[in-house]
Design a protein around this ligand. Structure first.
Ligand SMILES: [Mn+2]
Length: 309
Protein backbone atom coordinates (compact mmCIF):
# COMPACT_ATOMS: atom_id res chain seq x y z
CA UNK A 1 0.00 0.00 0.00
CA UNK A 2 1.35 3.37 -1.00
CA UNK A 3 0.78 6.48 1.05
CA UNK A 4 -0.85 9.32 -0.86
CA UNK A 5 -1.20 12.75 0.75
CA UNK A 6 -4.30 14.77 -0.12
CA UNK A 7 -3.33 18.40 0.38
CA UNK A 8 -4.61 21.94 -0.25
CA UNK A 9 -2.71 25.19 -0.79
CA UNK A 10 -0.33 27.07 1.50
CA UNK A 11 -2.03 29.37 4.05
CA UNK A 12 -4.88 26.85 3.97
CA UNK A 13 -8.44 28.12 4.20
CA UNK A 14 -11.42 26.08 5.35
CA UNK A 15 -12.19 24.74 1.86
CA UNK A 16 -8.60 23.47 1.46
CA UNK A 17 -8.70 21.61 4.77
CA UNK A 18 -12.25 20.29 4.37
CA UNK A 19 -11.44 19.15 0.82
CA UNK A 20 -8.34 17.26 2.02
CA UNK A 21 -10.29 15.49 4.77
CA UNK A 22 -13.37 14.68 2.70
CA UNK A 23 -11.55 13.64 -0.48
CA UNK A 24 -9.05 11.41 1.37
CA UNK A 25 -12.01 9.72 3.06
CA UNK A 26 -13.84 9.20 -0.22
CA UNK A 27 -10.73 7.72 -1.87
CA UNK A 28 -10.16 5.39 1.10
CA UNK A 29 -13.75 4.16 0.86
CA UNK A 30 -13.61 3.68 -2.92
CA UNK A 31 -10.12 2.18 -3.23
CA UNK A 32 -8.25 -0.30 -1.12
CA UNK A 33 -5.00 -0.06 -3.08
CA UNK A 34 -3.50 3.07 -1.53
CA UNK A 35 -3.70 4.76 1.85
CA UNK A 36 -4.94 8.34 1.45
CA UNK A 37 -3.88 10.75 4.17
CA UNK A 38 -5.41 14.20 4.63
CA UNK A 39 -2.63 16.78 4.97
CA UNK A 40 -2.13 20.53 5.20
CA UNK A 41 0.58 22.87 3.92
CA UNK A 42 0.46 25.32 6.83
CA UNK A 43 -1.26 26.48 10.01
CA UNK A 44 -5.01 26.31 10.37
CA UNK A 45 -6.90 29.60 10.32
CA UNK A 46 -9.34 30.60 13.04
CA UNK A 47 -12.59 29.31 11.60
CA UNK A 48 -11.02 26.02 10.53
CA UNK A 49 -9.66 25.40 14.04
CA UNK A 50 -13.04 26.32 15.49
CA UNK A 51 -15.00 23.99 13.22
CA UNK A 52 -12.67 20.97 13.52
CA UNK A 53 -12.85 21.24 17.31
CA UNK A 54 -16.60 21.72 17.31
CA UNK A 55 -17.14 18.72 15.02
CA UNK A 56 -14.49 16.64 16.79
CA UNK A 57 -12.61 15.96 13.57
CA UNK A 58 -8.88 15.30 13.33
CA UNK A 59 -6.52 18.06 12.30
CA UNK A 60 -4.85 16.95 9.01
CA UNK A 61 -1.18 16.08 9.24
CA UNK A 62 1.22 18.97 8.60
CA UNK A 63 3.34 18.24 5.52
CA UNK A 64 6.18 20.77 5.44
CA UNK A 65 8.15 19.06 2.66
CA UNK A 66 6.64 17.06 -0.20
CA UNK A 67 9.82 15.90 -1.99
CA UNK A 68 9.42 12.29 -3.12
CA UNK A 69 5.87 12.02 -1.76
CA UNK A 70 2.72 10.96 -3.64
CA UNK A 71 0.23 13.82 -3.72
CA UNK A 72 -3.30 14.70 -4.69
CA UNK A 73 -3.68 18.48 -4.85
CA UNK A 74 -7.04 19.90 -3.86
CA UNK A 75 -8.32 23.50 -4.01
CA UNK A 76 -5.33 24.76 -6.04
CA UNK A 77 -3.46 23.86 -9.21
CA UNK A 78 -0.53 26.31 -9.23
CA UNK A 79 2.94 25.33 -8.04
CA UNK A 80 3.39 28.81 -6.55
CA UNK A 81 0.58 28.06 -4.08
CA UNK A 82 1.59 24.49 -3.34
CA UNK A 83 3.47 22.83 -0.48
CA UNK A 84 7.29 23.09 -0.39
CA UNK A 85 9.05 20.45 -2.48
CA UNK A 86 6.18 20.17 -4.99
CA UNK A 87 8.65 20.16 -7.94
CA UNK A 88 10.06 16.85 -6.74
CA UNK A 89 6.80 15.25 -5.60
CA UNK A 90 4.73 12.73 -7.55
CA UNK A 91 1.41 14.37 -8.36
CA UNK A 92 -1.27 11.76 -9.04
CA UNK A 93 -4.34 13.90 -9.29
CA UNK A 94 -5.76 17.41 -9.03
CA UNK A 95 -9.22 18.51 -7.91
CA UNK A 96 -9.93 22.24 -7.96
CA UNK A 97 -12.26 25.13 -8.79
CA UNK A 98 -9.74 27.85 -9.75
CA UNK A 99 -8.45 28.89 -13.15
CA UNK A 100 -6.08 26.39 -14.68
CA UNK A 101 -2.39 27.22 -14.46
CA UNK A 102 -0.76 23.80 -14.52
CA UNK A 103 1.65 21.83 -16.65
CA UNK A 104 2.98 18.38 -15.91
CA UNK A 105 5.26 15.88 -17.54
CA UNK A 106 2.78 12.98 -17.32
CA UNK A 107 -0.96 12.44 -17.78
CA UNK A 108 -2.82 12.66 -14.47
CA UNK A 109 -6.40 12.72 -13.18
CA UNK A 110 -7.57 16.30 -13.37
CA UNK A 111 -10.97 17.52 -12.15
CA UNK A 112 -11.88 21.18 -12.52
CA UNK A 113 -15.34 22.67 -12.22
CA UNK A 114 -16.24 26.36 -12.14
CA UNK A 115 -18.21 25.95 -8.91
CA UNK A 116 -18.00 27.99 -5.72
CA UNK A 117 -15.93 25.57 -3.64
CA UNK A 118 -13.80 22.43 -3.94
CA UNK A 119 -16.13 20.85 -1.38
CA UNK A 120 -19.08 21.26 -3.76
CA UNK A 121 -17.25 19.13 -6.33
CA UNK A 122 -16.36 16.51 -3.71
CA UNK A 123 -19.92 16.38 -2.34
CA UNK A 124 -21.19 15.66 -5.85
CA UNK A 125 -18.65 12.82 -6.13
CA UNK A 126 -19.97 11.27 -2.91
CA UNK A 127 -23.51 11.50 -4.31
CA UNK A 128 -22.47 10.02 -7.66
CA UNK A 129 -20.70 7.12 -5.95
CA UNK A 130 -23.55 6.65 -3.51
CA UNK A 131 -21.24 6.96 -0.51
CA UNK A 132 -22.73 8.12 2.77
CA UNK A 133 -21.67 11.51 4.16
CA UNK A 134 -21.90 11.47 7.95
CA UNK A 135 -23.15 14.41 9.97
CA UNK A 136 -19.81 15.89 10.99
CA UNK A 137 -18.34 15.60 7.49
CA UNK A 138 -21.48 17.18 6.00
CA UNK A 139 -21.19 20.03 8.53
CA UNK A 140 -17.53 20.56 7.65
CA UNK A 141 -18.08 20.60 3.88
CA UNK A 142 -21.15 22.81 4.24
CA UNK A 143 -19.08 25.28 6.30
CA UNK A 144 -16.37 25.35 3.62
CA UNK A 145 -18.86 26.04 0.82
CA UNK A 146 -20.57 28.77 2.87
CA UNK A 147 -17.24 30.52 3.50
CA UNK A 148 -16.00 30.25 -0.11
CA UNK A 149 -19.32 31.56 -1.47
CA UNK A 150 -19.79 34.19 1.31
CA UNK A 151 -23.02 32.46 2.32
CA UNK A 152 -24.08 32.34 -1.39
CA UNK A 153 -23.66 36.12 -1.85
CA UNK A 154 -20.42 35.93 -3.82
CA UNK A 155 -20.64 36.20 -7.64
CA UNK A 156 -18.69 32.89 -7.68
CA UNK A 157 -21.67 30.98 -6.17
CA UNK A 158 -23.49 28.87 -8.77
CA UNK A 159 -26.93 27.24 -8.72
CA UNK A 160 -25.14 23.92 -8.25
CA UNK A 161 -23.51 25.22 -5.05
CA UNK A 162 -26.92 26.34 -3.77
CA UNK A 163 -28.39 22.92 -4.48
CA UNK A 164 -25.51 21.19 -2.69
CA UNK A 165 -25.75 23.56 0.29
CA UNK A 166 -29.39 22.50 0.75
CA UNK A 167 -28.50 18.80 0.49
CA UNK A 168 -25.58 19.03 2.92
CA UNK A 169 -27.66 21.03 5.42
CA UNK A 170 -30.13 18.13 5.52
CA UNK A 171 -27.36 15.58 6.05
CA UNK A 172 -25.79 17.80 8.72
CA UNK A 173 -29.14 18.24 10.45
CA UNK A 174 -28.78 22.03 10.21
CA UNK A 175 -32.15 23.80 9.85
CA UNK A 176 -30.83 27.26 9.11
CA UNK A 177 -27.64 27.15 7.04
CA UNK A 178 -27.51 30.95 6.74
CA UNK A 179 -27.24 31.18 10.48
CA UNK A 180 -24.62 28.44 10.50
CA UNK A 181 -22.62 30.43 7.92
CA UNK A 182 -22.88 33.58 10.03
CA UNK A 183 -21.64 31.67 13.07
CA UNK A 184 -18.51 30.70 11.10
CA UNK A 185 -18.03 34.22 9.73
CA UNK A 186 -18.24 35.63 13.25
CA UNK A 187 -15.30 33.46 14.27
CA UNK A 188 -13.47 34.24 11.03
CA UNK A 189 -13.83 37.99 11.26
CA UNK A 190 -13.43 38.56 14.98
CA UNK A 191 -10.75 41.24 15.23
CA UNK A 192 -10.75 41.91 18.95
CA UNK A 193 -7.36 40.29 19.51
CA UNK A 194 -5.73 41.76 16.37
CA UNK A 195 -3.70 44.97 16.23
CA UNK A 196 -4.68 47.71 13.74
CA UNK A 197 -1.71 46.73 11.54
CA UNK A 198 -2.75 43.05 11.59
CA UNK A 199 -6.30 43.97 10.61
CA UNK A 200 -5.07 46.10 7.68
CA UNK A 201 -2.57 43.50 6.46
CA UNK A 202 -4.77 40.41 6.87
CA UNK A 203 -5.86 40.60 3.21
CA UNK A 204 -3.85 43.39 1.59
CA UNK A 205 -2.69 44.11 -1.95
CA UNK A 206 -0.43 46.74 -3.55
CA UNK A 207 -1.30 48.45 -6.82
CA UNK A 208 1.15 50.55 -8.83
CA UNK A 209 -0.78 53.30 -10.59
CA UNK A 210 0.59 56.22 -12.65
CA UNK A 211 -0.37 58.55 -9.78
CA UNK A 212 1.63 56.45 -7.31
CA UNK A 213 1.51 53.35 -5.14
CA UNK A 214 -1.80 52.33 -3.59
CA UNK A 215 -2.34 49.79 -0.82
CA UNK A 216 -5.81 48.30 -0.42
CA UNK A 217 -6.79 46.02 2.44
CA UNK A 218 -10.16 44.38 2.97
CA UNK A 219 -11.77 42.66 5.94
CA UNK A 220 -15.24 41.18 6.24
CA UNK A 221 -17.59 41.44 9.19
CA UNK A 222 -21.13 40.49 10.07
CA UNK A 223 -21.40 43.59 12.25
CA UNK A 224 -19.69 46.89 11.36
CA UNK A 225 -20.22 48.27 14.85
CA UNK A 226 -17.50 45.85 15.97
CA UNK A 227 -15.12 48.42 14.45
CA UNK A 228 -16.65 51.55 16.01
CA UNK A 229 -13.95 52.09 18.61
CA UNK A 230 -11.14 50.90 16.32
CA UNK A 231 -11.69 53.35 13.44
CA UNK A 232 -9.36 56.14 14.61
CA UNK A 233 -6.62 53.73 15.53
CA UNK A 234 -6.85 52.08 12.10
CA UNK A 235 -6.75 55.43 10.29
CA UNK A 236 -3.63 56.40 12.28
CA UNK A 237 -2.03 53.10 11.26
CA UNK A 238 -3.01 53.67 7.59
CA UNK A 239 -1.32 57.08 7.83
CA UNK A 240 1.83 55.48 9.23
CA UNK A 241 1.90 52.78 6.53
CA UNK A 242 1.44 55.44 3.85
CA UNK A 243 4.28 57.67 5.16
CA UNK A 244 6.71 54.84 5.79
CA UNK A 245 5.92 52.93 2.60
CA UNK A 246 5.90 55.93 0.25
CA UNK A 247 2.28 55.36 -0.76
CA UNK A 248 -0.06 57.76 -2.54
CA UNK A 249 -3.05 56.17 -0.78
CA UNK A 250 -3.69 53.40 1.71
CA UNK A 251 -7.24 52.14 2.19
CA UNK A 252 -8.85 49.57 4.45
CA UNK A 253 -12.41 48.75 3.51
CA UNK A 254 -14.51 46.80 5.95
CA UNK A 255 -17.23 44.84 4.22
CA UNK A 256 -20.46 44.15 6.04
CA UNK A 257 -21.60 40.90 4.45
CA UNK A 258 -25.13 41.24 5.82
CA UNK A 259 -25.75 44.81 4.64
CA UNK A 260 -23.66 44.20 1.50
CA UNK A 261 -21.75 47.46 1.73
CA UNK A 262 -18.34 48.64 2.92
CA UNK A 263 -16.92 51.24 5.27
CA UNK A 264 -13.81 52.82 3.72
CA UNK A 265 -11.04 54.13 5.98
CA UNK A 266 -8.56 56.17 3.97
CA UNK A 267 -5.16 57.82 4.23
CA UNK A 268 -4.28 59.72 1.05
CA UNK A 269 -2.29 62.55 -0.54
CA UNK A 270 -5.32 63.43 -2.64
CA UNK A 271 -8.65 63.33 -0.78
CA UNK A 272 -10.49 65.10 -3.61
CA UNK A 273 -9.21 62.57 -6.15
CA UNK A 274 -10.39 59.69 -3.97
CA UNK A 275 -13.80 61.33 -3.60
CA UNK A 276 -14.08 61.67 -7.38
CA UNK A 277 -12.82 58.15 -8.10
CA UNK A 278 -15.20 56.52 -5.65
CA UNK A 279 -18.00 59.04 -6.22
CA UNK A 280 -18.41 59.84 -2.54
CA UNK A 281 -17.53 62.38 0.19
CA UNK A 282 -14.93 61.61 2.83
CA UNK A 283 -15.86 62.57 6.35
CA UNK A 284 -12.95 62.31 8.80
CA UNK A 285 -11.16 60.03 6.26
CA UNK A 286 -14.16 57.70 6.21
CA UNK A 287 -17.03 56.87 3.90
CA UNK A 288 -19.62 54.10 3.59
CA UNK A 289 -20.36 52.75 0.11
CA UNK A 290 -23.54 50.75 -0.23
CA UNK A 291 -23.34 47.77 -2.59
CA UNK A 292 -19.53 47.80 -2.79
CA UNK A 293 -18.08 44.48 -1.61
CA UNK A 294 -15.39 43.44 -4.11
CA UNK A 295 -11.85 44.79 -4.41
CA UNK A 296 -11.24 42.94 -7.66
CA UNK A 297 -14.49 43.81 -9.40
CA UNK A 298 -15.42 47.19 -7.90
CA UNK A 299 -12.79 49.11 -5.92
CA UNK A 300 -9.62 48.46 -7.94
CA UNK A 301 -11.27 49.21 -11.34
CA UNK A 302 -12.62 52.57 -10.09
CA UNK A 303 -9.23 53.62 -8.73
CA UNK A 304 -7.44 52.37 -11.85
CA UNK A 305 -9.70 54.42 -14.07
CA UNK A 306 -9.01 57.61 -12.15
CA UNK A 307 -5.39 57.22 -10.99
CA UNK A 308 -3.82 55.12 -13.74
CA UNK A 309 -4.82 57.12 -16.79
MN1 LIG B 1 -11.79 26.91 -2.42
Amino acid sequence: MEKVYVIGHKSPDLDSIAAAISYANLKNVLEQTNKYIPARAGDLNKETKYLLEKLQLNNPELLSEAKGKNLILVDHNEFSQAVEGIEEAKIQEILDHHKVNFQYSEPIYFTIKPWGASCSIITQMYFDANIEINKSLASLMLGAILVDTVITKSPTCTDKDKEIIEQLAKLADIDDWKNYGLEIFKVRSSVSELSAAEIIKSDYKDFNFKAGKFGIGQVETVDLSEFDDRREEIIEELEKIRQEGGYHTVILFITDIIKEGSLFLVSTQDPEGIEKALNTKLDDNQTYLDGVISRKKQVAPKLTQFFDN
